[in-house]
Ligand binder design. Structure first.
Ligand SMILES: [Zn+2]
Length: 111
């Protein structure tokens, strides 16, 4: 495999696997957390973006998700850290949720 082949368009992910991974992630949110609601929303938004945003790709070499935000017009690279405003404020963001969901999906699909 050459390096250009490590980039995966998230539209090609198996939607059943994605749905299962998202459901598990939602179930893991501790409702006692102050930001539980924000995480719930971020995961829901991440799933919608993974399925519908054509400008989202995952780089398996660097384990990071490239996202062109349709809201801000900016490009984010999320892999645990993010460049968006929510992340700067210490809040959950859908970019990081999406990066994690895609990583888990790819792991499962590779089995
Ligand atoms: Zn973000």
């Amino acid at each position: 495999m050459n390096t250009t082949e490590t980039t995966i368009n998230t539209n090609t992910l198996d939607r059943e696997v994605l749905g299962a991974v998202a459901a598990e992630s939602l179930a893991k949110i501790d409702p006692a957390r102050a930001d539980a609601k924000r995480w719930t929303k971020a995961i829901a938004k991440a799933v919608i973006a993974i399925e519908n945003n054509p400008f989202m790709s995952y780089d398996a070499a660097t384990h990071s998700l490239l996202i062109l935000s349709e809201q801000s017009g900016e490009i984010y690279t999320a892999n645990g850290v993010c460049q968006c405003r929510a992340f700067q404020l210490g809040q959950p963001c859908y970019h990081r949720c999406a990066a994690r969901l895609v990583a888990i999906c790819l792991e499962r699909m590779a089995r």
